[in-house]
Design a protein around this ligand. Structure first.
Ligand code: 2P0
Length: 353
């Protein structure tokens, strides 16, 4: 009863920032993202065994405290899997983020997508994409988009039980092979306000958020059309404007939430200048100051040059669109249920100690 899955992060172009149900993690709007390639992957092994006395969760080689409410809420996935599979065994989870920790990338999407896939398979379940997405959503909202590759929509749904709130794939990773995401790391520190707390505060206090909710359904449709037509100019403009809209409602929150720093703003202006009248670079920022610049293969050099002139850019990662989760045999737990000591080393990958 063991399974290991590798899943990757996704970067949204229409963002999720607000819940209609905190417990079931149901969003107030549909969102759209591209799943990234292996450079932003998490590997997770799950093992169920009657030898285990309690659930254990090891992340990057450290044992997590499951009496911590936030962590415990997220591993509710284990209970959901046990219930579905009709098993009672406790589980061990060992998970490692296989990208530079200094990159400060949001890892919860990759992590909880990998957990949903590995836990369900280890329990003997054969879940389809919809069921995996619903399961991943309970760990972290954005994780429901990472159970699929390519261009993905998390359909918000309207039902109170969340049964219609899951991700669907609109195009695979081969649809737009020239598309790139250039990640510019300007700060790798842990953010002061978590996404979970921040979005709750926005829904409760921001008057601008109501206007955002009215305009997003049309944006979702416009963005889908632009991506399906591979209309980069339209896609880039919509992406940049949507990023600003989300950061505007963050600032409109009380007390205000700011994730962008001066370097983020320099990158925005650098891209606008580079673009002129015909965009070749479409930036988007998540709940942090690091830039994700969508561009196409032929313009990667120009985007990197622009970034090289900005002093605060510490690291640049060039990602392609990824194919989604895959199961591997390189488990992080041995047959006896012992965590195999391991670490991620840049340039080498996962190294067993
Ligand atoms: C997104 N973000 O759509 C947006 C853009 C951050 C900014 O999804 O509370 O970690 O676990 O559901 O998924 C980050 O929020 O929050 C996020 P929870 P999550 O990618």
């Amino acid at each position: 009863m063991i399974s290991t899955c590798e899943a990757t992060a996704n970067i949204a172009v229409v963002k999720y920032w607000g819940k209609r149900d905190e417990k079931l993690i149901l969003p107030t709007n549909s969102s759209l993202s591209f799943t990234m390639d292996d450079q932003l992957k998490t590997r997770t092994t799950v093992m169920f065994s009657d030898k285990f006395k309690e659930d254990e969760f090891w992340l990057n080689g450290q044992k997590m405290d499951l009496s911590d409410k936030d962590t415990a809420e997220r591993v509710v996935q284990l209970d959901l899997v046990r219930e579905k599979a009709g098993i009672k065994e406790k589980a061990k989870i060992s998970s490692i983020n296989c990208f530079p920790t200094a990159a400060g990338m949001a890892s919860s999407a990759a992590g909880f997508a990998a957990l949903a896939c590995a836990a369900s398979k280890a329990a003997g379940l054969e879940l389809n994409g919809k069921e995996l997405s619903i399961l991943a959503r309970r760990g972290s909202g954005s994780a429901c988009r990472s159970v699929m590759g390519g261009f993905v929509e998390w359909q918000a749904g309207t039902k109170s039980d969340g049964s219609d709130s899951y991700a669907v794939q609109h195009a695979s990773e081969t649809h737009w092979p020239e598309l790139r995401n250039i990640i510019a790391v300007v700060d790798a520190k842990k953010k002061k306000v978590s996404s979970r707390a921040g979005m709750k505060q926005t829904v409760a206090t921001s008057p601008l958020y109501k206007a955002r909710m009215e305009y997003l359904p049309k944006l979702v449709e416009d963005m889908k059309k632009a991506v399906m037509a591979k209309d980069f100019v339209r896609f880039a403009e919509l992406t940049m404007r949507e990023s600003s809209d989300m950061h505007a409602v963050m600032l409109d929150t009380w007390p205000p939430i700011t994730y962008l720093n001066d370097w983020s703003k320099e990158i925005m202006h650098g891209a606008i200048e580079l673009n002129g009248a015909t965009p070749i670079a479409g930036y988007t920022f998540d709940a942090g100051p690091n830039a994700h610049i969508y561009t196409t293969k032929q313009n990667v050099g120009a985007v990197k040059k622009m970034l090289s002139e900005i002093e605060g850019v510490n690291k640049v990662i060039e990602c392609k669109v990824g194919a989604g989760p895959r199961y591997v045999d390189d488990h992080l737990i041995d047959e006896d249920g012992v965590i195999i000591p391991h670490e991620f080393i840049e340039g080498k990958g996962i190294v067993v100690k």
